[in-house]
Design a protein around this ligand. Sequence first.
Ligand SMILES: [Zn+2]
Length: 126
Amino acid sequence: MRLADGIRKHGFRKWYERELLGSHGWMVLLFLCTIGLFAAFEGLSQSTGSDARLGNLVAIGLCGVVGVVALRRYLYLLLHAEAVANQAVCEQCDTYGRLEVMAEDRGGERLRVRCRRCGHEWTIED
Ligand SMILES: [Zn+2]
């Protein structure tokens, strides 16, 4: 979901909370992949049959690929949410996160927002 659509649908604070929850879900998957990776390496070091070795090698490859995807997704969602949250403070009244989207540029990368408390307008870059 694009930033403007997410803020319009849920409000800024709920959007931010959902982004953080989503990113931490990816972090949990990364943690599980790390455990799977260690278990597969241990299984590989103790296995004697070729089928068991092949199974452990497949598990290592699978956990490695899924873990890298999960790490990239976790970092992207977390850093994106933080970058937007750093711009969500009204410069006039210092209110955090009480804003509404007024307009967005064509690509949705720049949002014109207005403070719900004092009406001040500013731009947030996605
Ligand atoms: Zn304000």
